[in-house]
Design a protein around this ligand. Structure first.
Ligand code: NFS
Ligand code: SF4
Length: 658
């Protein structure tokens, strides 16, 4: 190839400075270019997003099309069947929700399968680790627990929770957790989920060519399906994982690529299912495997997590975390990763090529996710160690044969993670009077202005981590307490916000609360399915009193500033349907000024739900959320209290200065 051709093939150079604020990732991107390796960052720079697709102005639901409408003149044209822009956009949006909800609920169902087999004694590698939580969850959905054996309660809990998926009539079990007034709105609107399978099936049916052709009616089923994710599949996944593997409590963890150790066999688990990770923890602690690693010349085995299962394990067990979604290829460029095991969701196919370049052993483990050219070792729950031991053995061989130079970016940050709803309850109230009353009190008296959930992916269409970090900083500066999960939590952890000392970045009111309780101004709740913890925390705030009667009354807001996946859309929509104002960044897959857009951004709120919001700029995004929180404070009549508190604070600062 001539130099020119080579350059042409290499495509546009990547502007690394504007690709990420994660220094470790940037260092690896520079190395990638020296090594001639390509990543999703490079491909994004050379793949122009299709503008019609980005606006969701195309439909390929039948072979009379595909039909492309004009996003500049959305009502100028309809599809061959006559479908309008609103129908087309609503159907496309709905299918994103269906797919995202399917991902979470299928994951939750796997956890429930595992639970059943453990309770029935068919799987012995896992046990019920948190019987107290088992009893609490059972009680909440109306199961009698007094004087009963744990196994007995567990069996009944299993069959109750199975209804989350398979029930054809009625309401999913966790509907019992929804504040009464919110549930009333859902019932009035006909969106209480029956069972996830039914809702997803109906949504796929209704978005087929020639079925539901009213965007408002499509949105209804969209809400019902999304709620079957948030209050169904995702919530079951979180609760069952806590019951089996333990409910998180605060733990100190190191985050970023500096967690890798050059003189150790490095194993990374990346994906979403805690069972694979739990077994890997056993494998890396197995004395015979540790000995094998030492025999190969290593000082030990170093297990590190990535993405959501990483976030879950860092919260639950303090396993170090190497980085979020946009760093999964970059971490392999270190050359230090001896093996990476993946299960499901957010696994880039591009990993295969990068792993090959650095001789990293990459393994798929879940029957749902194979990658062409990648070795598959099936993870079998009845003998889970077979898979994870094999991955470690392969990692040891690779360590022994390391030939390429290793370059580990020396960045890592210590922080506190592992806040569950249960722990927040305990932390704020103390052992003997655990409750949300202190949180509500501090919101009512205005020290805390409100609560924001900031979650979701990273995306090469925006500067990695930048939008998350700037937005969260703006929120806490304005006394908004932030709760987080997934890749967003990891972004802020890398930026050093997960320490109690980060309280100095918070406004005076929030800082005071953080200092009193000894907590960081940002609380990490775990993986993306653990967004259900936010729903539970919000419900608890309503139940505790003083902040209105429904979730929609609360001074809270949500955001996914760097989202990319369909799962994120499902999450966003279940927050909206639950009553929360939810702001997304990057891009919104709908044309502004259309009726469907108006319905999502305004109409839903008038019906008693929350609503969608969109902005690209992190500060603007935060300001939208703060304005909403202030609006809710005013409606609750607690806006005056806050003015007083702020005066008190500045008065006091003046005194301090004097
Ligand atoms: Ni959730 Fe996005 Fe993936 Fe987790 Fe990360 S990208 S929607 S945060 S790892 S699911
Ligand atoms: Fe076109 Fe209608 Fe077919 Fe969609 S369903 S591809 S709009 S004809």
């Amino acid at each position: 190839m001539t130099e020119e051709k080579k350059k042409e093939k290499a495509g546009k150079p990547l502007d690394i400075k504007n690709a990420t604020i994660c220094e470790a990732t940037a260092q690896m991107l520079r190395k990638a270019e020296r090594d001639g390796v390509e990543t999703a960052f490079h491909r994004a720079a050379n793949m122009k997003a299709c503008p019609i697709g980005a606006d969701s102005a195309c439909c390929k639901h039948c072979s009379m099309g595909p039909c492309r409408l004009n996003s500049k003149d959305p009502y100028g044209k309809v599809g061959v069947c006559g479908a309008t822009i609103d129908t087309i956009q609503a159907r496309n949006f709905a299918r994103m929700v269906a797919s995202g909800a399917a991902a979470h609920t299928d994951h939750g169902m796997s956890m429930l399968d595992l639970f059943r087999e453990v309770v029935n004694g068919k799987i012995e590698d896992y046990k019920i680790k948190d019987p107290t939580k088992l009893q609490e969850v059972a009680k909440e959905i109306g199961i009698v627990t007094e004087g009963r054996e744990i196994k007995d309660i567990a069996l009944e809990l299993y069959s109750e929770l199975e209804r989350t998926y398979t029930q054809v009539e009625g309401e999913i079990p966790f509907a019992k957790r929804v504040p009464a007034k919110t549930l009333e709105t859902w019932r009035k609107q006909g969106v209480v989920p029956r069972g996830a399978m039914r809702e997803i099936m109906e949504l796929m049916h209704r978005t087929h060519m020639g079925v539901d052709q009213h965007y408002e009616n499509i949105t209804k089923q969209c809400s019902r399906t999304a709620l079957a994710d948030g209050w169904g599949g995702s919530m079951v996944a979180t609760e069952i994982s806590d019951i089996l593997f333990g409910t998180p409590t605060p733990v100190k963890v190191e985050v970023d690529m500096g967690c890798l150790k050059e003189d150790h066999v490095n194993v990374i688990i990346h994906g979403h299912e805690p069972n694979l990770f739990e077994s890997m923890i056993d494998s890396v602690n197995d004395p015979s495997l540790i000995q094998a690693a030492k025999d190969a010349g290593a000082n030990g085995i170093n297990l590190v997590g990535m993405c959501c299962s990483g976030a879950e394990m860092m919260s639950r067990h303090g396993v170090p975390h190497a980085g979020n979604f946009m760093s999964t290829e970059a971490v392999l460029i270190t050359g230090a990763v001896d093996a990476m095991g993946v299960d499901v969701q957010c696994i880039k196919q591009g990993l295969a090529k990068v792993a090959e370049c650095y001789n990293t052993r990459l393994f798929t483990t879940n029957p749902r996710c194979h990658i062409e050219g990648v070795e598959h070792i099936e993870f079998e729950e009845h003998s889970p160690r077979a898979c994870t031991d094999a991955i470690v053995e392969n990692a040891i061989v690779r360590f022994k044969n390391r030939k390429l130079p290793v370059e580990i970016p020396q960045f890592k940050t210590m922080g506190i993670h592992g806040f569950s709803h249960e722990y927040i309850n305990y932390m704020l109230g103390g052992t003997f009077r655990s409750s949300y009353t202190p949180l509500n009190d501090n919101i009512i008296n205005g020290r805390i202005r409100g609560v924001a959930g900031v979650v979701g992916c990273t995306n090469p269409r925006v500067k990695q981590d930048y939008v998350h970090v700037e937005m969260v900083k703006e929120l806490i500066r304005n006394d908004v307490l932030v709760v987080q999960t997934g890749c967003s939590q990891v972004a802020l952890a890398k930026a050093g916000l997960y320490t109690p000392e980060a309280a100095h970045l918070a406004g005076p009111g929030l800082a005071e609360v953080c200092e009193t309780v000894g907590m960081p101004p940002v609380l990490g709740l775990g993986s993306c399915v653990d967004n259900s913890r936010i729903l539970i925390a919000c419900s608890e705030m309503v139940r505790t009193g003083g902040l209105g009667e429904s979730l929609a009354d609360l001074p809270v807001a949500g955001a996914a500033p760097e989202w990319m996946s369909e799962k994120a859309i499902s999450i966003g929509h279940y927050f909206v349907a639950s009553g929360v104002y939810t702001v997304f960044g990057v891009t919104f897959p709908i044309i502004e000024e259309t009726k469907f857009h108006k319905h999502l951004f305004e109409g839903l709120e008038e019906l008693g739900f929350g609503k969608w919001g969109f902005a690209k700029d992190p500060i603007e995004m935060a300001q939208l959320m703060i304005a909403h929180i202030d609006k809710k404070r005013k409606e609750l009549g607690i806006d005056k209290a806050r003015e007083r508190v702020l005066m008190d604070m500045s008065d006091r600062r003046e005194l301090d200065a004097a």
